[in-house]
Write a protein that binds this ligand. Structure first.
Ligand code: AMP
Length: 528
């Protein structure tokens, strides 16, 4: 179970620091003790196995502790992005149907906003998970607060011991406008983490980064990879996560041995040539996942850090953290294509044609499917979407295999290494975030000043990944530049990272032969 890794470290490494954030440090001993106490408190408060618990909190050591406590009590935690617009968070909370919500001193104002948007949320029991004095004391009192757990005994609770039970639910962008919850089991996490700790040769006492927010699955590896190996996890404060100078200092001053993030963070550092003279002497491994690492940026990193190992991980949330890997052998040039590589342990990748037949020739593109122990049981309370994406496939040995359709296009080379060739649908990655363009369009659809609109990917070369463009036609013949007004309205519905950066107004949108909006043409217009 995901709480066993840190538990197993007590005997040998109990006094070692497990998690650090600024001046806040928690040892393995304290992490174990307080998460045990929290589990006891949760059980006493009526949490039942399988109950969801929403984490509406800042990225902090106490949030990690809450994850462990909830898991020990048999609960399923749901990390929530308190920086997302209230309307979107409310949708996620309502969908996950939590038995309780954790709130801290950083998120308490945003929590009030949520309740303002959806008053029925005030009926969900909540927990004050902070040492700070509670704000809004006249509201419904919390079920319990952080201080209350001190009365609990330090008992190694483990209510559920079935690794096929859900550990957490991660919500990701949904094409119809509603975020969808990916259910992740203990076994899903164990499959990747056990492989990765061994492959990367992570050692007790190492120092590893946690750059991604907790609602992204890269952080799942950061946390449990650190605990599985007995490393010290350095949480990157969210306010410096895209600040090249501060990130550089963070890696250097904390003497990090391992860095793992989406490429966009690394591209920012490359763009500002932020690697210091002398590099990062402690850094051994630099790992990225989530999108293509633009070659100029990768080249810059590799040239400046000759002693660091660079590994590309690939995989969707639905197959837990990552499913394939490739350690780059030499500094790329402009034409090099970095493969997504080969399957991680416990996983397999298949490239199939439209008839679900395996593609057998090197260089031929097909749809990429994933199978193995990383596969999520499916989308939370959504059998239709689950059945559409997770299907059964008869392999060459005649056995039925459950496979997940990634929506990615791929091919393999003569050595069997797999290459990524973009998407076959309207999902994109922008600044590291997974975005269904349909979610932005659904939010635009609620705007009466628009007659027609299309949200399309805009590919700019160099250091940036994919950007977002919105082409639109106003409802009235002459209503001027509507973009500022549309943006203002969109801000209440979608997170900042989904906001289109490019806007173009049309009299009518271009259409192709079958009458559909010509999205390719629109993308090209933005790109020229
Ligand atoms: P997420 O669920 O946020 O991890 O997004 C999964 C999607 O991100 C995949 O289906 C790919 O489209 C893309 N992706 C993940 N890793 C990589 C990678 N190393 N290279 C290119 N695209 C990637």
């Amino acid at each position: 179970m995901i709480y066993d890794w840190s538990r197993d470290k007590i005997e040998k490494y109990g006094s070692n620091i497990a998690i650090s954030l600024g001046d806040e440090h928690i040892s393995y001993e304290v992490l174990e003790e307080e998460s045990n106490q929290l589990a006891g408190q949760l059980i006493e408060s009526g949490l039942k196995p399988g109950d969801r618990v929403g984490l509406f909190m800042e990225k902090s050591p106490k949030t990690v502790m809450a994850m462990l406590g909830i898991s020990k009590a048999g609960g399923v935690y749901v990390p929530l992005d308190y920086k997302s617009p209230a309307e979107r968070v409310v949708k996620i909370i309502k969908s996950s149907d939590p038995a309780m919500l954790f709130v801290d001193d950083i998120t308490t104002h945003s929590f009030q906003d949520l309740i303002y948007v959806a008053q029925d949320l005030s009926f969900i029991p909540w927990v004050w998970w902070s040492e700070e004095p509670m704000a809004y004391a006249d509201d419904t009192p919390p079920l319990f607060s952080y201080e209350d757990i001190k009365d609990q005994l330090n008992i190694p609770h483990q209510v559920v011991r079935d690794e096929n039970t859900p550990a957490h639910i991660l919500f990701t962008s949904g094409s119809t406008g509603d975020p969808k919850g990916v259910v992740i089991t203990h076994k899903n996490v164990e499959t990747f983490v056990n492989w990765a700790v061994q492959y990367f040769n992570m050692r007790a006492g190492e120092r590893t980064s946690c750059h991604s927010p907790f609602h992204f699955d890269l952080s799942t590896y950061d946390m449990y990879g650190a605990f599985a190996s007995g490393s010290r996890l350095y949480l990157v404060p969210s306010e410096i996560s895209v600040n090249p100078k501060k990130l550089t200092e963070f890696i250097l001053n904390n003497k990090l041995n391992q860095w793992f993030s989406v490429p966009s963070a690394l591209s920012y550092l490359a763009k500002f040539k932020a690697i210091p003279e002398g590099g990062f002497p402690s850094l051994k491994r630099l790992i990225w996942c989530g999108e293509v690492f633009p070659l100029p940026a990768l080249k810059y990193w590799m040239e400046n850090l000759p002693n660091v190992e660079f590994t590309n991980l690939y995989g969707p949330t639905e197959a837990t953290i990552a499913s394939s890997y490739y350690t780059v052998k030499e500094i790329p040039n402009e034409t090099t294509q970095i493969p997504i590589g080969e399957p991680c342990g416990g996983e397999d990748l298949l490239i199939l044609n439209d008839e679900l037949q395996p593609i057998r020739s090197a260089g031929v593109k097909g749809d990429l499917y994933i199978t193995g122990d990383g596969l999520s049981p499916g989308y939370w309370r959504d059998a239709v979407k689950t059945d559409a994406a997770f299907i059964w496939f008869k392999n060459s040995a005649g056995e039925q295999q459950r496979i997940y359709k990634t929506g990615d296009l791929a091919s393999f080379d003569t050595e069997g290494l797999i290459y990524f060739h973009g998407r076959s649908d309207y999902q994109i990655k922008s600044r590291g975030h997974r975005i269904e363009l349909g979610e932005i369009e659904a939010a635009l659809g609620q705007n009466e000043v628009l007659r027609e609109y299309a949200v399309v990917p805009v590919r700019k070369n160099g250091f940036e990944g994919t950007a977002i463009g919105c082409a639109y036609v106003g409802a009235a013949v002459r209503n001027g530049d509507l973009a500022p007004d549309i943006k203002k309205k969109l801000m209440d519905k979608i997170p900042t990272y989904m906001m289109p950066q490019f806007w173009q107004q049309y009299d009518k949108l271009p259409r192709n032969g079958n009458g559909k909006i010509d999205r390719k043409k629109l993308s090209e217009k933005f790109e020229t």
